[in-house]
Design a protein around this ligand. Structure first.
Ligand SMILES: C[S@@+](CC[C@H](N)C(=O)[O-])C[C@H]1O[C@@H](n2cnc3c(N)ncnc32)[C@H](O)[C@@H]1O
Length: 318
């Protein structure tokens, strides 16, 4: 709960300043509560995270189109993420001219614990702007929503049996279609056994899976330990620290669990080399950054991992 609210508030703060556009995120809060200002390095970090994930999704969709297929996207620990609505807009909210062919997406599944899915459903039900993207055939209960393309389901990701039932039986995901799983700051909240189990279940059950993992690295250095302590003081326990040791540990958890191709970059590298220069120029003019080394320090403590299986045309380079 806390972590989703923190994340949503950080995104709202950056969006308010114009780092990227998202006409949906405010619809997931009651009224218009005060948005606490964040530091420029936090805003730039969130910008890089959202922009880079968008670039990777576009590459995934382009590779799917090249195969002449449709695909599926599963957002694990989705929180109040607005990705589905941004993709359906055909213009994923950025100030670039990149477009997304949303007709390639056969199923989009948001997954989180029921405490989050029930709140997310409450907002969707009461906001015509969110509902209108779901089509006419919508079925609700207080914790779960099923529509033609979009599904929002309560699952504890530590329980792969119930994930299997929900995704494969109730949401009718097709094991044979290219399927992109996204986890943004989620796996670290599970033990290494649980996160490995989840990663292994996906690679064993889908023929052409891809996985984007965004989360912490270098967690055992001084800055990393301060991040852990700050969260612990707020009763947020990070359970899978070992996988967040460095880029190698982030990659090896996939290699050891059935994935045949894995790439990983720290977010400072992604920020410097992965964001289109005109976009970087635009956002660097939004706020003055007093100490560039603070940005570097923050971004070298987060990473993006892209793992895939049987998807030779899906290539990501930063
Ligand atoms: C830091 S938030 C990130 C939310 C979203 N991915 C984003 O980036 O906006 C972490 C999310 O993971 C979810 N989560 C943590 N452990 C989970 C579990 N065992 N099963 C399902 N969701 C979980 C939390 O409920 C929360 O919404």
């Amino acid at each position: 709960m806390i972590t989703n609210d923190d994340c949503t508030n950080c995104k709202r703060a950056a969006i308010k300043l114009g780092y990227w556009q998202d006409p949906y995120i405010d619809l997931f809060s009651r009224g218009t509560p005060h948005i606490e200002r964040k530091t420029p390095e936090i805003n730039r970090g969130y910008f890089a995270r959202v922009a880079a994930i968008k670039i990777i999704i576009e590459k995934f969709l382009a590779s799917v189109k090249g195969q002449g297929k449709q695909c599926q996207i599963v957002n694990l620990g989705c929180g109040f993420d607005t990705l589905y609505w941004r993709l359906m807009d055909n213009n994923d909210g950025g100030d670039t001219d990149r477009n997304v062919d949303s007709s390639l997406i056969k199923h989009f599944v948001d997954v989180d614990l029921y405490g989050i899915t029930s709140r997310k459903i409450f907002h969707i039900r009461h906001r015509p702007k969110l509902l209108s993207s779901l089509g006419d055939d919508i079925q609700f209960n207080p914790m779960e929503l099923q529509s033609n393309v979009y599904k929002l389901i309560p699952v504890d990701l530590r329980d792969t049996n119930s994930l299997s039932t929900k995704l494969l039986t109730e949401c009718h995901l097709d094991k044979e279609l290219p399927t992109l799983f996204i986890a943004e700051c989620v796996l670290i909240y599970m033990t290494v056994e649980h996160s490995n189990n989840l990663i292994a279940w996906i690679s064993a059950n889908f023929t052409q899976p891809a996985f984007i993992n965004y989360e912490q690295i270098n967690i055992f250095d001084r800055f990393g330990q301060i991040m852990v302590d700050n969260l612990r003081q707020r009763d947020v326990e990070l359970l899978d620290l070992d996988s967040c040791k460095d880029l190698e540990s982030q990659k090896s958890r996939f290699i050891c669990n059935g994935w045949d191709n894995v790439e990983a970059w720290d977010m400072y590298h992604v920020y410097r080399f992965g964001i289109p220069p005109n976009e970087l120029h635009r956002i660097e003019n939004i706020e003055f950054l007093d100490e560039a080394n603070l940005l570097e320090q923050l971004l070298t403590h987060y990473c993006l991992v892209v793992a895939k299986k049987n998807l030779p045309n899906f290539k990501v380079e930063f």
